[in-house]
Design a protein around this ligand. Structure first.
Ligand code: ADP
Ligand code: MG
Ligand code: MG
Length: 255
């Protein structure tokens, strides 16, 4: 079992107005085999948490810690974090002009494993993962995310998940913009990784819809850069019916 521990995490970002605090003391523990949903209104800091775990240089940790099996994640480069088994599926996957899906995946796999995968098994693995995700084989020759539809971008993120076999995956709104069929396919991919490798999942979502397919063990509500409430799956059901209103600033009565 592996453990990702986030303790009292404070994160700022530099904006035109100066240094802006975004996360104000987030504490979370995610073990392999567990699925945690992070829910919350827009702008509450969900993507900031995801990027900070992955090591995006734009975000500065001013207090607190992130450790993975006791190792200081914040002292690791982005590559070292990936090699340690941390994976981020981005909310807005970026285009990589001139790099095909095939080459991208093979380079990533080689970097993570420390050696190139054998051609024969790798080709077979890529084919079967693409088939699982109902991706046309022509996809492999296209440049990463260039001209991909929203759903294709999300499937490509899960394709990486299937092939790179991380221990803990942060999925940042992998459900947004997906129709029901694509949502099911993507969820099946995540559930396969959970079953086959005991993946730990930090599932960031604004909506409860994906939680019908990927069942969370724990639900955390992030509001204003803090965990405002935690619970089991029943908390997600409550958010579904009540929304986030009760977590937001009370509005004065208009009477
Ligand atoms: P969420 O993913 O929950 O919608 P984000 O983490 O994307 O929230 O954003 C939280 C807050 O931090 C927002 O007010 C957003 O505008 C601000 N923020 C996040 N990243 C940046 C950035 N790179 N530059 C400036 N502001 C940012
Ligand atoms: Mg958002
Ligand atoms: Mg976000």
């Amino acid at each position: 079992m592996s453990v990702l521990e986030i303790r009292d995490l404070h994160v700022t970002v530099e904006t035109d107005e100066g240094t802006t605090p975004i996360l104000n003391g987030v504490t979370l523990t995610i073990r392999t085999g567990e699925t945690h949903a992070i829910m919350g209104p827009n702008g509450s800091g969900k993507s900031t948490l995801a990027y900070t775990i992955a090591g995006h240089p734009k975000y500065t940790v001013t207090q607190g810690s992130i450790t993975f099996d006791g190792e200081d994640v914040l002292a690791m480069t982005v590559d070292e974090r990936a090699r340690a088994g941390l994976f981020l599926a981005m909310q807005y996957p970026v285009e990589i002009p001139g790099v095909t899906v095939t080459n991208f995946l093979r380079t990533a796999k080689t970097a993570i494993d420390g050696e190139a995968p054998s051609i024969r098994t790798w080709t077979k693995d890529v084919k079967s993962a693409m088939k699982n995700l109902r991706m046309d084989s022509k996809f492999a020759a296209r440049n990463v995310n260039e001209g991909f539809s929203g759903g294709e971008k999300k499937r490509h993120e899960i394709l990486q998940l299937e092939l790179l076999k991380p221990r803990i995956a942060v999925l940042d709104e992998t459900d947004s913009g997906l129709d029901v069929d694509a949502l099911k396919i993507v969820s099946e991919g995540v559930n396969r990784a959970k079953e086959e490798t005991g993946l730990g999942v930090l599932l960031i979502t604004h909506y409860t819809r994906i939680l019908k397919y990927i069942k969370p063990d724990h639900v955390h509500v992030l509001v204003n850069g803090r965990v405002a409430e935690e619970g089991g799956p029943e908390l997600a059901d409550r958010l579904e019916s009540e929304g986030y209103d009760r977590f937001l600033e009370p509005v004065a009565d208009a009477d």
